[in-house]
Design a protein around this ligand. Structure first.
Ligand code: SF4
Length: 378
């Protein structure tokens, strides 16, 4: 944590931030980039992924560790720890004369008082979260919705009770799990405060869903997405460009558009395929049964997807693997990589024009995903 303003030097001597170092709570390995952008509080409600079979992921991000539900009591203890940290930070703010406000000067004074806190990730997260108003929280790990609804409701209600400032609570959700929850349960969760769901659609093509062992059909994806929307959730659907490689590109793009058109999610977020050793899909690649697309082919896949979309939400390229090219030694992204992307249908033409511009650039100027990851053997 670095802040440019210096603290109130005359009062630094009176604070002792050491107590903050004694607090810790459990945090899982990942969250969607947009939650990072919002500095959401990360609360681990379950551990790892209950499926761990998708051949492009394999639960590797969770080290393929066993899925576990955490007990409500344990999660509540973590929320209590966050509350205690928040109270301590606010008390320091009062001592410094800032009336409980969590500002840059308070942060600087705390770090000066105990520099170890600069590498304490629980403290950094809670401080940044308070600094931005403590408005958003993300429930980890890969499929929080699998938790029995009464337990999940208890966690959400407790979080809201301890932090009434929380306006947005979000989570990953598998489409299969969503499709099995009743509309009434989803509405109850929504009313309790769970407000945004991140779903890994990847593709709407049934052949490809089977091939990558996603464990869901396109019909179930549609059912899940529509139900989430009907229950009032803000819905992000993640699409994996190049998942079917060169040979299945067209069916992947068209069937994905078909499913998205039926769901009409708030956000479509593109996450291009990346492979690495240990993934079953990487084995397919090394054995020659999966042919990765070239940068132009990937762009053409995006073009087919966009052309076939008939939705009213936004399409976003908020991941560093989305199309890059080089010009005079500088790297440029073809699309803006912010969390709001392009509104459809209003900005569809603009987007298609950008894609054409990308396709008009010599393919040698495009940066292949394998080069961005340093996987030049791909
Ligand atoms: S459900 Fe998600 S986290 Fe689990 S294996 Fe599939 S992509 Fe990975």
């Amino acid at each position: 944590m670095t802040y440019s303003k210096s603290g109130d030097g005359s009062r630094i001597q009176v604070i002792d931030a050491g107590k903050l170092n004694s607090y810790s709570f459990e945090v899982g390995p990942i969250r969607p980039p947009s939650e990072g952008g919002s500095h959401s509080l990360l609360l681990r409600v379950t551990r790892n992924c209950p499926w761990s079979r998708c051949r492009f992921c394999y639960g590797m991000i969770y080290n393929r560790e066993k899925f576990e539900l955490r007990s409500v009591e344990d999660v509540k203890k973590d929320i209590d720890t966050v509350r205690a940290m928040a109270d301590e930070i606010k008390a320091i703010s009062w001592k410094l004369g800032y009336g409980g406000e969590v500002n840059a000067n308070v942060g600087t004074a705390i770090i000066q008082s105990d520099p170890r806190l600069n590498s304490n990730h629980c403290f950094i997260m809670v401080f940044n979260w308070l600094y931005l108003g403590a408005k958003t929280a993300f429930l980890q790990d890969a499929n929080t919705l699998i938790m029995p609804t009464p337990q999940l409701l208890e966690v959400i209600r407790y979080l809201k009770e301890k932090f009434p400032s929380t306006e947005r609570i979000t989570s990953y959700a598998r489409a299969k799990t969503l499709s099995k929850k009743s509309l009434e349960e989803l509405k109850e969760l929504r009313e309790a405060g769970l407000s945004r769901l991140h779903v890994g659609l990847e593709t709407g093509d049934d052949d490809l869903l089977r091939l990558v062992d996603k464990g869901v059909t396109s019909d179930e994806q549609v059912k899940a997405g529509k139900k989430a929307r009907e229950a009032g959730f803000e819905l992000s659907e993640y699409v994996m460009i190049d998942l079917g490689g060169r040979t299945r590109s067209e069916q992947h793009a068209k069937n994905t558009a078909r499913v998205l058109n039926e769901i009409d999610p708030d956000f479509i977020r593109l996450r291009p395929l990346m492979l690495g050793p240990g993934l079953p899909l990487y084995e397919d690649y090394t054995q020659g049964t999966l042919e990765l697309s070239s940068p132009h082919e990937r762009l053409r896949e995006v073009k087919t997807l966009v052309e076939n979309l008939d939705v009213t939400g936004r399409i976003c390229f908020d991941h560093f693997l989305n199309a890059w090219y080089q010009d005079k030694g500088h790297r440029h992204t073809l699309f803006k990589q912010d969390y709001n992307g392009y509104k459809l249908p209003e900005e569809k033409e603009e987007l298609l024009t950008l894609i054409e511009e990308g396709l008009s650039l010599d393919e040698s100027t495009h940066i292949h995903v394998k080069d961005m990851l340093g996987l030049t053997h791909l």
